[in-house]
Design a protein. Sequence first.
Lengths: 325, 337
Amino acid sequence: MTTATLEVRNLRTHFFTRAGVVKAVDDVSFAIARGQVLGLVGESGSGKTVTGFSIIGLVDPPGRIAGGSILYQGQDLAKLSEREMRALRGNRIAMIFQDPMMTLNPVLRIDTQMIEAVQAHTKVSHAEARSRSRDALGMVGIPSPDERLASYPHQFSGGMRQRVAIAIALLHHPDLLIADEPTTALDVTIQAQILAEVQKLATTYGTALIWITHDLSVIAGLADDIAVMYAGRIVETGPAEAVLDRPVHPYTHGLIGSVPSRNKRGEKLRQIPGMTPSLLSLPPGCAFRTRCARADTVCEQEPDPSQPVPGQTARCFHPLIGVPA
Amino acid sequence: MTTAPIIELRGVSKRFGPTYDAAARLARSLSRRFGSAPRNEVVQAVDHVDLAVARGEVVGLVGESGCGKSTLGRMVAGIMPPSDGQVMFKGTDITTLPLDRARDAKLKVQMIFQDPYASLNPRLRVADIVGEAPLVHGLVKRDGFDAYLDAQLRRAGLDPAFKRRYPHQFSGGQRQRIGIARALAVQPEFLVCDEAVAALDVSIQAQILNLFMDLRRELDLTYLFISHDLGVVEHLSDRVLIMYLGRIVESAPADEVFARPNHPYTQALLAEVPRIEARKRRFTALTGEIPSPLAPPSGCHFHPRCPHAMPRCTEEAPRLREIASGHRSACHLNDAH
C-alpha cells in the first residue's frame, strides 16, 4: 500500500452519559490510501457513524475522543484546535450525510451556501466563487446549473439535494471524503446515479473515500477494502473480495448469510440469532460471543486483532479459515 | 388456474385530489373561462390495475417511491376504497356483501406495515395489541384467551412472558414480530406486507424473512409482498410485478423476470440493483428521475427516461400484453417484431 491519506490508530470515542460510559468507538484502527474506497460496514449502533464524526471532529458532548490518534498528513486530527480543524473541514476533509438537509440550510439559496463554502477556504472573488459553484453542480449531473443555483433546497428532489450536498463536499477537491449512508434514503435508480458520480469524482481527484453503510450489497460493487464494525469495534478488515468471499469473523459470515441474494432463492436465510447488545451492558470478552455458534470459554477474554489469513485481520479466537461465505 | 383467485383486482384506480369548497370551485371555473387552465391537483396514484393472486402464491410488488405500490397494497387489504374498479375477494366484491359477511371477508386479509414504531399503539400492552381483535371478533372466548394469546406470540417468535409490556420496551425486530402476531391473530388467509423488513437491520431482516417463509408453509398463507428491495422480492416471490408511476409495466414468474426482463424499466432496475455478488465495478446509471405523478408524461410514462423511446411511446400508452406464457409486459417494442 502507498502512503496512507488517513491512518486511524486505536481510536476510542466514548460518551459519558448519566447511565454510564458508552464506548461507541473502542480501539478502532484502519488506514486508507489516495484514491481508495474503504467500506465501513455495520448495523445500527455499531459505531460506524461515530467513527466518521470523530475523524471530521464533530463529536458533541457528552461524547469525546478518549484515546488514540487520527493521522492525516503527519498531523493528529484528534489534537488539533477547533480553529485548525475548521481550516481542514470542508476543505481537505469533507463529509456527506444520509440526510442532505444536514448539509443544506433550508432558508438560503443554493448559490449563497455554495459561494460561502468556496470563500471560506479560498480567497477568490464572488464571481469566481460563483462560477466554481456552477461547475461543481454541473459535475454532479445537475441539469441547467446556472438556473438551479438560484433555487432553494426545498425546490429540489431528494436525489438532487444529495447531489448538491456532494457538490458542496467536493468544492475544494478534498483528500478525504466521508460518506455516511448517502444513498440509503434514495431509490435504486437514483442511488445508482449517485454511486456513479461519487465513483467518477473520487477517481478524477484521487479522493480517498470512506463509505459508511449497513448495506453490504452497495459496498460489494464500490469498495477496495472493507472494515466490519460490531459493538464499537472493527471485528474484521481486508480486501473487499476476500472479506465477501471468505469472511474470517463469524459475525461477517453471519451478516453475509443474512443478505438475500441470487443463489439462495427460496432457501432459508442463515440468520444470526439474538440481537445487537446494548453498548451500556456489553458482555465481557468478545461482544459477539452471546450470538456466536463458535464461542466457548476462551471468548470470555478480549480477542486481539490477528491475521488468520494473510491480508485479513479479525478479532476472534475461532476464525473461519477457507470457509466460503 | 382452476380455483378462483383469492384476491382479484379489476381495473382498479385510485386518485387523490383536494375536495373543493364552493369558493374554490368558482375560482377554478372562472380561471377556466378566462383561458388559463387551473392547475391539475389530482394524483393518479394507481391507474387501471388488473391483478389476480392465486391461493398460496407469493406475489412481489416492486417499484420506486411514489409509484403507487403502497396505495395498491392498501386497496388490496381493504383499508382504502378504490376510486374505480373492483376488489374481489374469492370471487365476490366485498362492497356488495352485507355488513357482517363483508367484515368476515376483510378479516381474512391483513396488513403488515413498514414502520414498527408508528404502527403499534404506544399506550397499549402487547397483550391488547395482539389480543383485542380476536376477542372482539369472537375468534376466541374469554376462558381460552390466555392460551390463544400465548400461542400467537410464540408463533411470531416472541416470549409470552413479555405480554404485559408496552411497544417501547421492544427492539425494532421484536416490534415487527408484534405486528406480525397482531395480523395473524385474526386467522387471515392473505397478508399484505408493505415494506415489512425495510426498516430493519440486515441480521434482523433475515430473521423476519425466515419467519414469513415458515408461516407461509405452516398456515398456507398467500402474500402480496411490497418492497423496493429487489433482493428481498426475488428471495421470497413466486411472481413479480413491476410498477412505474401507477401502472404495472411487467408481470412474470420470479425466475423469468430476473432471467429475461422485458420492459426497459425492469431492465434498468435490475442492472442497477446493488448485489452482494458484485465486485468492484463501474456504476452506470439510468438518467433522469421519476416524474411527478401530478404531471405524468403522456403515452408510456417511462418514455422520457427510456433509451429505446420512439415517437409512438409519447402518444399511446402501451397495454400490458402477454409476451410469453405467464409473462406480461407493457412496451411498444414488443409489437415491432
